[in-house]
Design a protein around this ligand. Structure first.
Ligand SMILES: Nc1ncnc2c1ncn2[C@@H]1O[C@H](COP(=O)(O)OP(=O)(O)OP(=O)(O)O)[C@@H](O)[C@H]1O
Ligand SMILES: [Mg+2]
Length: 248
């Protein structure tokens, strides 16, 4: 069974003097263990689709099912629990809580659902694997963008979610930190996590994903299905060519 199913979802943003159809009648499936990359031009609707699939925003029409349950029909409390325990979400701009230390930013979602001792151990282990144990008592405004993004990762992983959503996780990072984040995602995916990532990086999409969704003006223009984790440079070139041809 699909972990996530979007059935004909559409989303319109309406402001005082403007209305924008951000997504039109999208149908997609995410299977357990998928690594999905969502690509497309700026304004194509990528973040909107990610937020609808993650239940952060609601579609105007259609429905999103997570393991067969309708996210759109869930009560707030049930959806909060799904967000806290089954999903990990990494936003483009980290969205850390400025008033909390690095350690507390990571641990907070854990304290809501699990024993404090277990959470503290997990937070320390995550900090250590991210090579940030020395930064644990710092505050977000004392960190670089790359360090903040690593903490946002750790926070998303604290409750060992089955599915991880990421909106341009490497958008503001240098190439080295970006590569490091991609290799972490590949490891997580190999360990069985399902990943749905918005990215501008068609090269990363071609190399690490098994599904690439190309959005264009709110429509799903194309879905490519691949074998995950491609090491063959010729195969990557072929993938990249077909992705870029569809995108531009
Ligand atoms: N809160 C909002 N109010 C009004 N319009 C919005 C809002 N958020 C997004 N839009 C519009 O909806 C469309 C899709 O936006 P979305 O943020 O999903 O695009 P995107 O593909 O993620 O773009 P980018 O690559 O620049 O992040 C765009 O035309 C955008 O201007
Ligand atoms: Mg976006």
């Amino acid at each position: 069974m699909a972990v996530l199913t979007a059935n004909n979802i559409s989303k319109k943003y309406v402001s005082k003097d403007n209305a924008c159809m951000a997504l039109n009648d999208i149908c997609v499936n995410v299977e357990k263990g998928d690594f999905v990359s969502i690509v497309g031009k700026s304004g194509a609707g990528k973040s909107t689709l990610l937020f609808l699939l993650a239940g952060i925003k609601y579609p105007d029409t259609g429905d999103v099912l997570m393991n067969g349950r309708s996210i759109t029909k869930m009560k707030d409390k049930e959806l909060s629990k799904v967000h806290g325990t089954e999903m990990g979400i990494v936003f483009q701009d980290s969205k850390l809580v400025e008033e909390l230390s690095v350690f507390d930013n990571i641990a907070l979602p854990g304290y809501l659902y699990r024993k404090k001792d277990d959470v503290d151990k997990e937070a320390l282990s995550l900090l250590s694997s991210l090579h940030m144990i020395d930064q644990k008592d710092k505050y977000p405004d004392q960190l670089s963008a790359g360090q903040k993004q690593r903490i946002a990762f750790a926070r998303a992983l604290i409750n060992q979610p089955d599915i991880i959503f990421l909106d341009e996780p490497t958008g503001n990072l240098d190439v080295k930190t970006g590569r490091w984040i991609y290799s972490l995602l590949v490891k997580l995916n190999k360990s069985g996590k399902t990943i749905v990532m918005v990215t501008h990086d068609s090269n990363a999409a071609a190399v690490i994903s098994n599904k690439v969704w190309i959005l264009d003006s709110g429509h799903l223009k194309k879905e490519f299905s691949y074998k995950a984790g491609c090491n063959n440079s010729e195969e990557v070139k072929v993938r990249l060519k077909e992705i870029n041809e569809m995108m531009y």
